[in-house]
Design a protein around this ligand. Structure first.
Ligand SMILES: [Cu+2]
Length: 143
């Protein structure tokens, strides 16, 4: 019974990921400070589920030549809720995101939202001695 239920949740999750990976509405994108980098949210679940791990895919582009996708960068990813703070998070996630670069696309797994409301995914790009930070808002969660 427990095993069946786990399998069902896993399949539902896989379905959500597949849906997120399909070409759909224009990717959301944010420039880092001084337009150094352009970070695109290539895919994300339409609606993350409370207390369920999910994955997003990010692309990083030259901010001054946004058609040029970068491959030689490193990414730090953190997520949290501001709860009205002008800067920073009132609290983070209860999990540690994992970043894997595959053909220049950053696959960020291990994201988990533990509370309903507006979450921020903060991405810091490091490349060639430069860095820049971009933030994406993601609401939590589907009912
Ligand atoms: Cu919160």
């Amino acid at each position: 019974m427990t095993r069946c239920r786990s399998l069902f949740i896993l399949m539902a999750f896989a379905g959500a990921c597949a849906a997120g990976a399909q070409p759909g509405p224009p990717a959301r994108q944010v420039y880092t400070t001084e337009h150094r980098f352009l970070v695109k949210l290539l895919s994300a679940p339409g609606a993350p589920r409370l207390e369920q791990y999910f994955t997003v895919r990010l692309g990083v582009y030259d901010g001054h030549d946004p058609k040029r996708r970068l491959t030689d960068y490193q990414l730090d990813v953190a997520a949290g809720m501001a709860h009205g703070l002008a800067e920073g998070f009132a609290h983070g996630m209860q999990s540690e995101p994992h970043v894997e670069l595959r053909d220049g696309v950053a696959i960020v797994s291990g994201l988990l939202f533990s509370m309903s409301g507006e979450w921020t995914i903060r991405v810091t790009v490091h490349q060639g001695g430069e860095e820049g930070t971009a933030s994406f808002q993601l609401p939590c969660c589907a009912q």
